[in-house]
Design a protein around this ligand. Structure first.
Ligand code: SF4
Length: 284
């Protein structure tokens, strides 16, 4: 059980270079889902320095009051919710900080984009359909439940997420299923593009081999699939092997997209590079 702590912060709208909003909003610091491949895990600016990621959540109780004030001062045209936390993690059911933030954004007519992997989003349909929710990137995957339990055991089940995505798309919300991370030889995306008949596009992102705990991720995958350890270690070291592997993944996704007649994007991290993604082809 993570440690939950209520805190007061001095600013809620933070400028960003992410091209999904002018500012980011993170109602919590920390995340009870504790995914092993979380990007924030090693970012010491936006996490507690001493406590391991997933063991704490700071609840920013004054975030809604600050937001009202800052909107009047900064006049944001668009914001991104959940760049360094999960806005709809389970503690949200009790504190409803994200709920209050969505109410304010709607009231002040500020457009917002959401990053999430939580099925709790479903409860907020009444705040998502007011015309200001631009887009939601909903992270999904498809790996064996025993591996999911070890890599992101506290996040919601994949089949539940699929259901919520389709339900919300049916209600007119623009949701992009975001398949991430593709775990080599483990994530199964065969037939997956047909699971979301009304999604206008599906996006994929390969595993980032430059995250700080890649060895731990490889250990975890190898604990279930020992034969994959040498292959993963080769992906870490061998540029040619790495590029050939991800090119074959892109071809497989293209094949699947053609069958499903679905638009898609694939983001693959360049070999040895943390931030630069190679941006792959679109079907149309
Ligand atoms: S849900 Fe998102 S923020 Fe939370 S641990 Fe997983 S990747 Fe990180």
């Amino acid at each position: 059980m993570p440690e939950f702590r209520t805190v007061k912060i001095s600013r809620i709208l933070n400028p960003t270079s992410i091209d999904l909003g002018e500012y980011v909003i993170n109602p919590y610091m920390g995340c009870e889902f504790a995914c092993l491949y979380c990007y924030v895990r090693f970012n010491k600016v936006i996490s507690r320095k001493k406590d391991p990621w997933g063991t704490y959540v700071d609840i920013r109780v004054n975030a809604p009051q600050l937001l009202e004030k800052e909107i009047l001062l900064k006049k944001p045209s668009s914001v991104l919710l959940g760049s360094t936390t999960e806005c709809f993690q389970d503690i949200e059911k009790k504190y409803k900080i994200t709920k209050q933030i969505l109410e304010i954004l709607n009231r002040y007519k500020v457009y917002f984009t959401i990053l999430t992997r939580s099925t709790y989003l479903r409860e907020y349909i009444g705040l998502l359909n007011k015309g200001f929710c631009k887009k939601i990137y909903f992270t999904i995957n498809n790996i064996h439940p025993s591996l999911k339990a070890r890599l992101e055991g506290k996040s919601h089940p994949y089949d539940e997420r699929f259901k919520v995505i389709n339900e919300l798309i049916d209600k007119g919300i623009d949701i992009i299923p975001y398949f991430s991370p593709i775990l080599p030889w483990v994530s199964d995306f065969k037939g997956l593009l047909s699971e979301f008949p009304k999604a206008r596009s599906i996006e994929f992102e390969g595993l980032n081999f430059r995250v700080g705990n890649i060895e731990k991720i490889i250990d975890t995958i190898s604990s279930l699939y020992p034969h994959l350890r040498p292959r993963y270690e080769r992906l870490l070291k061998d540029r040619l092997y790495y590029n050939e592997f991800w090119n074959s993944v892109k071809k497989d996704i293209l094949k699947e997209a053609k069958i499903a007649k679905k638009n898609y994007n694939v983001y693959i991290h360049n070999f040895g590079s943390y931030f630069n993604n190679a941006y792959s082809e679109k079907l149309s």
